[in-house]
Design a protein around this ligand. Sequence first.
Ligand SMILES: C[S@@+](CC[C@H](N)C(=O)[O-])C[C@H]1O[C@@H](n2cnc3c(N)ncnc32)[C@H](O)[C@@H]1O
Length: 278
Amino acid sequence: MNRSTTEIQKIISTFRPPARADYPELDDYSRDEIYHDFFGGGGMYLMVQMLRSLNLQPGQKILELGCGKGETSVYLAQHSGVQVKALDLWTSTEFLTHKFSARGVNSQISAIQVDVTRQLPFLENEFDAIFCMNSFNFYGDTPGFLPQLLTRLKPGGKLCIGSEVLSAEFTPEQLDNPPYVFSFSLPAPNDDVNVFTGDFIKQHTPGWWRNFFQASGLLEVETCFELKDAEAIYQELVRYEYENNIDAFDVQICLDQIEWGQSHQPRKTLFVLTARKI
Ligand SMILES: C[S@@+](CC[C@H](N)C(=O)[O-])C[C@H]1O[C@@H](n2cnc3c(N)ncnc32)[C@H](O)[C@@H]1O
């Protein structure tokens, strides 16, 4: 923490961005658009890798869980030609509805602000797929949640999770005494939030998630992989935040996490999992 500007610039100058040629789906998107209104790591790079593994067809009905500010819903409607129910807890229906109208996709997307662990206002077998980016770890292990959610997915339908994950599970010692790069308070006015208990303790490895879904007996995991360019995607996000004065605190802590992760486990990475409802 509290690295000088010179030190930050020196570290960032060693970072390599993800290869844009690996993401032809984003040819029409600027660097700003790749990160605009995304909350978690990965931005549109992660979204693209999720969509490749999901292989949606025009006209299908998609439930997006934890859609945040709705950028992924817009992309799904525009590029996959699907109908989307965009659900989120923190973002208001008004904000999302206004965005979807402004982007010309309001006939394809409807927004709803609800806690997904409560009674879901959808029909049984309503959806062909459930898309969930950087949010499942917030609520996915709530008892009874997964069986209840899956009643809304058609038999044979797909669940796709893409998210920040860890390269190793925390050891018992780390759970007792968390590494400082994962255990800190946010700046005011959110200084009552400890990100370890609120976030990192709920994060796992790709293998843990594979077992979690497979053990439910309700899903067959089809793909589960760590993004090969996750490190470059993280580094590019830090560089973007720094160059655009977006979140000085996040830049500092991310640099600490990247440095710490070069010689310790776990480090932050990104993964995609797709499972088929049995
Ligand atoms: C890190 S943000 C990711 C948002 C978006 N998917 C993205 O990638 O930018 C996590 C999202 O999960 C949503 N969320 C957390 N708990 C939830 C719950 N119980 N029900 C519905 N959404 C929830 C929050 O509202 C938030 O928008």
